[in-house]
Structure formats: C-alpha cells, structure tokens
Design a protein around this ligand. Structure first.
Ligand SMILES: [Zn+2]
Length: 506
C-alpha cells in the first residue's frame, strides 16, 4: 500500500518536474507549486534535523515511558481554569511495520474515578483491558487511526507521513510561536483531518501541530499538541514532553520519562495479559429507549442515558449529554414518545461535557435550563457563545435567548398533580460542589449522573468515593427508591449501589 502510494506520488512529481523543464525559464510557478516547493524545503530540513530520512526509516519500533498529568477541562469541580490536575502515566510501544501497538495509561477523574487501561494489538488480534478489574473489555480490531495517532507521539513520524502525502503538502509561510519564528506546513491526513505543523525556523524541529475542531460549548476550537523541547536519543531527536491544549487550556502534560528505539519485543507483549476475565459475549446493543413507567422514559443518545418525563401539557428532560447531534437525536425521540408535549425544562446534573455538552440544542428548542446557582454563569457563557462557524449548531442556526432557573435551597419540585419530579442538590461531594439528582416519588426512581457509573456490559464494578458519598446522601434523604437510573450504564437497584460501595471498600 505504502509503496504504491509513493510510486504514484513520485510519478506525479516527475510529471510536474518535466513540465517545468519543458516550459523553461518563462514558466511562472502556480500558487500550489510555489507553496508545495516551499513546504518541501521545510519538510526536508525537518527530516534532516531529526536524523535524516534513511536513518529514520531504520526505526522498527519506539518505546515511550511517560508520566504527567491530566488537566480536567469540562471535567473539574470548577467551570473555569485552573482545572483540577490528576497524575497520568503509562507506557507506549509502537511498531508500525508489524502493526503492533501496546499502550497502557493510568490516571483518574476527580472524585475517585481511577482508571488503568491497556490497549494492545499484534496486528492480527487486539484487546482493550482494564488492569484494576483484570478484565478484557473488548477484542474488537483497532481502527487505523489508533496507530496513526500513536505514531504522532514522535513528531518525525508527522514529517514522514507528510512526505508520503506530499501531493497535499503546502506551506503556510512563517509564523511566530513561543516568541520564535516558525515555518508552518499543512497537509491532509489519511483520516481527512488537516494538520498544521510548526517547525522552528532555526532548529527545523517541530514545536507543535494543530487541528481545528468544534467544542460543544464554545464552538470553533483549536487543539494544539506541543513539543516544548527536544533532546537527542542516539542519532535521533525526540521531544522532552507532549502537551495538549484545547482553546488554549492545557488538558494534558506528559513529560517523556524515557524514549528508546528498536527494543526487541516478543509477540506476548502485544497480547492481553494472562488470566484476565474474557469479555462478555457480544451483548445486544442497548435499545434506543426504555419505558420505565407511564410517561417516563430512559432514552439512549450518543451512548448516554437521558431521562424524559411527560407532564399534562409538556415534557421535561434530565441531562443533555454529548453535543448538538446527540441532543437532536434525543429530542426527536422525546417528540415521538411524548407527542404534542413541548420540552419545557432541561435539567442537568452537573456541567461536565458528557452530561451537559448538548445543552445549547435545548435552549434553541425553547426549554428552560435548570441547574444549580454555582453553574449559572457558566451556562450563560455557553448560551452566549457565537463562534460556531466550523460546525454551526442548532442554536447558531436558530438563535434564542437563554431562560435559566436555579434550584433554591437545594430543591425544586415540578408537578402537574399527577406526575412529579423532584430535583435535589446533594451538595458538595468528591466529584462536584453542587450535584443535582432527579427523584420520581410515584415511581420510586432516582436519576443521577456519575454517582453510580456501571459498565455497559452490566457487571457490577467497584464504586468510588463519589459513589459512597451518594449512598450516604441517599440514606440520609429518606427517599424511597427502588431503581437507580444513571447516565452511564444500565439501571441498578439500591442493593447494587450498596454492593458497589462494598466492593470498593474491600
Ligand atoms: Zn462528571
């Protein structure tokens, strides 16, 4: 595949070169030729700076031991920077020609959500495992993007990839970055993404690359992957760290503790560890919705669960996860299940993007946003965001002013005499300072986000500090509960909540 691509591009290059010779001095370079030639000059200098293309091609594999931290943008207790930071560390081995990758990573979300995963493939078989539970979650083949993304941990691979896609390579001229002049290149990746690479004009090493995307809360966003400095390893230059920024905010800073090349690994390295629990037999995909009671539905959207409740003349939705596409899908389902009932309220448990990232669509729908007092300013900013030019969302296309209510004294009751939903702020816990749960007294259902997260395959995993805090609150609340419905995972019983807490404490 790679050989034929190069041959094709080489062919095209020869044609280009021959054309310009035939036309002699009189030929004026087109803008794309000029841009490509300038980019190629910069690219070749970059490849030379990293150790030279021939030497770089002798790299069969690389190993990076990394230790750093996650900056929890949209996942902190706080809505604004500085965000909470938690340690992050792991081991990455990439062997591109044999299609072998091994990556482990250990970290957490605030509130005791510890994780330690591993993804490995030997080119034929793949596994995603969790070390904490010694489980194999999936043996599904990994998409090609997985290998490509991991290759970019060493920037010389970006340059080789750009060379292989030279037809799409263009110069963006000079730009200042980190107070130094940089030559800027751009090319389209195999995934259809447009990468912009900044090479230091003096050292020709990559200072960063960028991707443009869209943030569900604030619209047009640039993601920067920064390599703050380089150091030699053998005859090659490698970065000292990898720093990821979204909209200028650090979401990950990973110093490379150790980088090695051409280590010999056996096939075992790229297989799931011995003795891990095999994945559950292919579980049927969760149905698009479940009827929990009369006029009460749990709706699936974007892999999350949303609660929809029908009142006499309107509907209420609790949780608006994901982004605009998920919200549009869920809203369509609400209209089908609760016909003729406009969504008057959209309540969110907390502001994390996997819980409220789709809020803007509900504002456009005319729903009143219901949240806690501490999140008012954040949602006002989200509602006011106008910079959605890359992916105009529903609110951009049909602007509507925000109507927002906050819980007073930690409680708000919605009722039409027949149907009742009580919202409670359970107060400061390990995950958030304010956290809403929705309680349906008639149905004895409580709906929550992140307080009891269950894996999709339904096995009972240990809880965490946040789960224990919720179990405590629930006991003290005196609410009669039979079913606990969560944004993440299947419906649980109170008994399962207690078991999850017990599993954690053992
Ligand atoms: Zn959360």
């Amino acid at each position: 595949m790679r050989t034929s691509n190069i041959a094709l591009r080489l062919g095209l290059f020869v044609v280009l070169a021959a054309t310009s010779v035939a036309l002699g001095q009189t030929k004026e370079l087109t803008a794309s030729e000029q841009s490509y030639r300038e980019a190629r000059r910069v690219l070749d200098a970059g490849l030379a700076a990293y150790g030279g293309l021939d030497a770089l091609r002798t790299i069969e594999n690389f190993t990076i031991r990394h230790e750093g931290y996650t900056g929890h943008r949209n996942q902190s207790r706080r809505t604004d920077a500085p965000y909470e930071r938690t340690p992050l560390g792991g081991l990455l081995i990439v062997e591109p020609r044999r299609g072998r990758v091994y990556h482990t990573n250990k970290g957490s979300y605030p509130g005791g959500f510890n994780w330690h995963w591993g993804i490995m493939t030997n080119g034929r078989e793949a596994a995603r495992v969790t070390f904490l539970e010694r489980r194999i979650n999936s043996t599904q083949a990994l998409p090609p993007q997985f290998m490509r993304g991991r290759l970019r941990w060493l920037p010389h691979n970006l340059l080789i990839s750009a060379l292989e896609r030279a037809v799409q390579l263009r110069s963006m001229g000079r730009a200042n970055y980190d107070s130094r002049p940089h030559d800027v290149l751009t090319y389209a990746t195999e995934d259809g993404a447009q990468l912009t690479i900044y090479l230091d004009a003096r050292t020709h090493l990559v200072s960063k690359f960028e991707l443009l995307g869209s943030d569900p809360y604030f619209g047009d966003s640039v993601q920067e992957i920064i390599f703050p400095a380089h150091r030699p390893v053998g005859k090659f230059q490698v970065p000292t760290a990898r720093v990821t920024k979204i909209l200028g905010e650090v979401v990950e800073e990973i110093p490379y503790a150790e980088v090695t090349f051409n280590t010999t690994y056996g096939d075992e390295q790229f297989k799931a560890p011995e003795g891990f629990i095999a994945p559950a037999a292919a579980t049927a995909e969760a149905p698009p919705f479940a009827k929990l009671a009369e006029q009460v539905y749990m709706i699936r959207g974007g892999g999350y669960n949303v609660l929809a409740v029908g009142f006499a003349d309107h509907a209420m939705v609790v949780e608006t996860p994901g982004g605009d596409a998920t919200s549009r899908e869920v809203i369509a389902r609400v209209k089908e299940l609760l016909p003729g009932k406009p969504i008057r309220y959209a309540a969110v448990t907390h502001h994390h993007d996997d819980h409220a990232g789709g809020i803007r669509t509900y504002i456009a729908e005319g729903a009143t946003v219901v949240t806690t007092p501490g999140l008012r300013a954040f949602f006002e900013r989200v509602a006011a965001a106008r910079n959605f030019t890359l992916q105009p969302d529903t609110l951009t296309r049909a602007a509507r002013p925000l109507v927002l209510e906050t819980l007073q004294n930690g409680k708000r009751v919605f009722t039409d005499g027949t149907q009742t939903v009580e919202l409670y702020d359970i107060g400061s816990g390990p995950h958030m300072d304010e956290m809403i749960v929705a309680y349906l007294p008639k149905e004895k259902i409580i709906f929550q986000g992140d307080l009891l997260n269950r894996p999709e395959d339904g096995h009972l995993a240990p809880g965490n500090a946040t789960t224990a805090h919720f179990a405590d609150w629930l006991k003290k609340s005196g609410l009669a509960v039979e079913r606990i419905v969560g944004v993440h995972g299947p419906v649980s019983t109170v008994d399962e909540l207690h078991k999850a807490v017990a599993l954690m404490q053992n």
